[in-house]
Design a protein around this ligand. Structure first.
Ligand SMILES: [Zn+2]
Length: 216
């Protein structure tokens, strides 16, 4: 690059570093804003929040636990990956709908089924990669032009990241009786079967009782 280009800004496209004039970066941001219209910026939903969302709001986990008539818990502890203005407007019903839409990714028993479900969510939420300026920094972001699909988009991105890094078999549904809660399997042996230590202890205690009854 030659001549006086003014103030340079360092940015990265993937692993490649560029130093581009701030004026160009600003133009890029303006064109992005123009084309994106009513686009909503979406972040990858933290996995812990994704799990909590499904277990607290999903129809299957609530019904299997016999909690379908219980009130939904407050959602303000969840980090959903969407702007605060959208979070404030969320109804319990929409969170339940999202939880039900993403549940099949956790319960998929084959890699192709898992891939199909995540791809379906990515497509339905119309999430797309974007380059924008945040606090004057060129930033890689995600966006959807369907604000009512923003939570699905954030969840789909979480699945895409997690499965892309870890492969199939790192998500699951609890196998304990009366529980269908989902979990992320971070065990070294990839054989986690229960959502929690509570369910694991419950199953062990039941097995112990049944062995003792047989030998009594
Ligand atoms: Zn469980």
């Amino acid at each position: 690059m030659t001549g006086d280009v003014g103030d340079l800004m360092t940015c990265y496209f993937g692993p490649v570093r560029y130093d581009i004039p701030r004026s160009i970066a600003t133009d890029m941001s303006m064109s992005v804003r123009y084309h994106a219209g009513m686009a909503v910026t979406v972040e990858v939903m933290p996995l812990a929040s994704l799990v909590d969302l499904v277990n607290e709001f999903g129809t299957v986990p609530r019904e299997v636990a016999g909690e379908q008539d219980h009130a939904f818990p407050p959602a303000d502890g969840l980090r959903l990956g969407i702007p605060d203005e959208l979070t404030r407007d969320l109804q319990d019903g929409s969170l339940q709908r999202v939880a039900d839409e993403v549940y099949p990714v956790f319960s998929a028993t084959a890699p192709y089924e898992c891939a199909r479900q995540v791809t379906k969510l990515l497509a339905a939420s119309r999430v797309s990669p974007l380059m924008t300026l945040v606090d004057d920094q060129l930033t890689a972001t995600w966006s959807t032009d369907a604000p009512d699909q923003a939570v699905v988009a954030a969840a789909a991105l979480a699945f895409r990241d997690h499965l892309g890094k870890n492969g199939f078999g790192r998500l699951g549904v609890c196998t304990a009786p009366n529980c269908a809660d989902v979990f992320i399997d971070a065990s070294p042996t990839r054989d986690r079967r229960y959502c929690s230590v509570t369910c694991q202890s419950r199953v062990r205690a039941a097995a112990f009782r049944s062995r003792r009854a047989r030998t009594a």
